[in-house]
Design a protein around this ligand. Structure first.
Ligand code: MLT
Ligand code: MN
Ligand code: ZN
Length: 303
């Protein structure tokens, strides 16, 4: 896990909430977190970058296995075989600007609707044509794909209910594919992980994938539906922003409680306002009681 925070990171540059101020001031027991991204490897040396965070430079700098191999013959080299995007939002795509020096067109997997947003409201894919170029691979909803260079991981993109970015024409009327859950399967063992950083509802198809998985890595943005409203940070509820809160009736914790025993449950894409980031909070203790983990930068999961 390269970045376990939601957009804004933790602490957020301009935020004076109890947690951001407490982390800066050294009075809060918590870890800083960069913005939303994971990296996936199979048995070989290749890696897949999943979401390109604004913090991608620092994230790559933190892991030698994501850097050019000292044994690589080429002047410019990367173990990153391709990039998979869960949506076209700022926190998942801004890192593409920082990866423009690639020596070949980036193979980038995303849905049709994310691709539309990334060539219009946030035209980063068009911009990249002036640098490394883009080798777009369309994610067919529900279809399987493999990233060349990482052959032992099978991927599926499931359309999930959430929200595309404010610059998307679909913002208030999302279409299937604006936001994906990614199901990653180890081709050798059949064990799978569901990664869904943005999720406002759990539908039957996603629930089936979650129940069949060994690990679920799901939307941990907000503890309560009115978290941002109560802080005065936004007039919107979590659901209006495309995120299912953890607490309350129908919340994420109720869903996770119903998963089969043995499924590893991890929250990711955590907003800086979420009290689970405070390691001394009652909410964090409740997660521990329920066997729900909180992702942190540098956390490693083996399937
Ligand atoms: C979200 O997940 O709701 C967005 O990424 C928020 C943002 O733009 O930071
Ligand atoms: Mn986000
Ligand atoms: Zn804050």
């Amino acid at each position: 896990m390269l970045g376990s925070a939601a957009g804004g990171g933790f602490p957020q540059w301009n935020c004076n909430c109890r947690q951001c101020a407490g982390l800066r001031g050294g009075t809060l027991r918590a870890q800083a977190r960069t913005q939303s991204s994971i990296a996936v490897a199979g048995a070989g040396p290749g890696w897949v970058l999943v979401n390109a965070s604004p913090d991608v430079r620092a994230q790559l700098a933190a892991y030698p296995e994501l850097q050019p191999s000292p044994r690589a013959a080429a002047l410019r080299a990367t173990p990153l075989a391709g990039i998979v995007l869960a949506d076209g939002q700022v926190d998942h795509t801004t890192g593409l600007y920082m990866l423009r020096e690639a020596g070949r067109p980036w193979p980038i997997w995303c849905s049709e609707s994310a691709h539309a947003d990334l060539t219009r409201g946030n035209p980063i894919l068009k911009l990249l044509e002036h640098y490394c170029g883009v080798d777009w691979r369309r994610i067919e909803l529900g279809g399987e794909f493999v990233v060349e260079g990482v052959p032992d991981v099978r991927w599926r993109g499931l359309a999930v209910a959430s929200k595309p970015a404010p610059y998307s024409p679909n913002r208030e009327h999302p279409v299937p594919g604006d936001n994906l859950a990614l199901v990653l399967e180890d081709a050798a063992t059949g064990r799978s992980l569901v990664y869904a950083p943005g999720l406002s509802e759990i539908d039957a198809r996603l629930w089936q994938a979650m129940q069949a998985a060994s690990v679920v890595l799901v939307d941990g943005t907000f503890w309560s539906d009115d978290e941002m409203q109560r802080l005065g940070a936004s007039s919107k509820r979590a659901r209006d922003m495309g995120h299912l809160a953890q607490s309350g009736p129908g919340g994420m914790l109720e869903w996770l409680e119903r998963l089969p025993a043995g499924v590893r449950k991890i929250l990711i894409h955590i907003n800086n306002t979420n009290p689970i980031l405070d390691e001394d909070s009652a909410q964090r203790a409740e997660l521990a009681r329920r066997g729900v983990e909180v992702a942190f930068d540098g956390m490693e999961v083996r399937l």
